[in-house]
Design a protein around this ligand. Structure first.
Ligand code: BG6
Ligand code: MG
Length: 235
């Protein structure tokens, strides 16, 4: 009897989970503008370089980083007031968003995944997720949404991605996360998921693959990732 020892593709991955800010839509610039305005008013020097540390982390954790940069410590009630002010400014920006602010290739890739029967979900720290996806017309395209309103622990804790995979009914190791933040890559790895970084490969060095944007992504790259991670089957 002849024993076959070829490796074949098994379609290991069943779901893709997307971060929202900086992956699906370009809201990172609005977060920066609103935090910058607050920092300026408080006399704290806050640069785009500092802003990298805020990506993916919760609203309160972002404020803590800014206060640390300014060497300030404030009582909780004061911090809550400042976070509310920043959010009001941020909401002014996002309430004017249009579908044109969906990042290049995002809608096309999500549609391609759906056509190929992959499940698609959002996994975002933002409490403003429902408003953003409504403004850009993407509310109905996701099979599940896990966001800052439904989870308690911030990335790099895996909670948000584990929640999305459990709502989808797909095991974590069958999910691929798409993330633009170092904290998000760590969260995906902590969840036992594959992850694709969107942006700078130096910052996102722990991702399994780094691309410039979802316009560079396609199903063939998912198959390559399966190969890279040893999910082909020996027959
Ligand atoms: C993340 C952003 O997606 O959401 C962070 O990368 C932001 O910058 C966090 O702080 C929380 O967002 P929101 O909209 O709840 O203030
Ligand atoms: Mg992000």
């Amino acid at each position: 009897m002849k024993i076959r020892t070829e490796k074949v593709q098994v379609m290991w991955f069943k779901a893709c989970i997307f971060d929202l800010d900086g992956v699906i839509v370009d809201t990172a610039k609005y977060h920066f503008l609103a935090w910058k305005r607050l920092a300026d008013e408080m006399g704290i020097n806050f640069t785009e370089h500092d802003n990298e540390r805020l990506k993916g982390v919760s609203r309160m954790a972002s404020l803590e980083i800014i206060l640390e940069l300014g060497g300030k410590s404030l009582p909780q009630t004061e911090k809550e007031k400042l976070a509310d002010i920043k959010n009001r400014w941020y909401v002014e920006y996002i309430s004017r968003m249009t579908p044109e602010e969906i990042l290049p290739g995002a809608m096309e890739f999500v549609r391609e995944l759906r056509n190929k029967n992959y499940k698609v979900a959002l996994g975002s720290a933002s409490k403003n997720t429902p408003m953003i996806i409504e403004r850009v017309g993407m509310t109905d395209i996701f099979d599940a949404v896990a966001d800052g309103n439904t989870v308690r622990k911030a990335k790099p804790d895996p909670e948000v991605f584990l929640k999305a995979s459990s709502v989808l009914g797909v095991d974590p190791d069958r999910c691929i996360v798409f993330e633009d933040a170092a904290a998000g890559i760590e969260a995906a790895l902590n969840a036992g998921m594959a992850c694709v970084g969107i942006g700078n490969s130096k910052i996102l060095k722990n991702a399994h693959l780094v691309i410039g944007g979802l316009n560079e992504m396609n199903i063939d790259k998912i198959y390559s990732l399966e190969k890279q991670l040893g999910h082909e089957k020996l027959v």
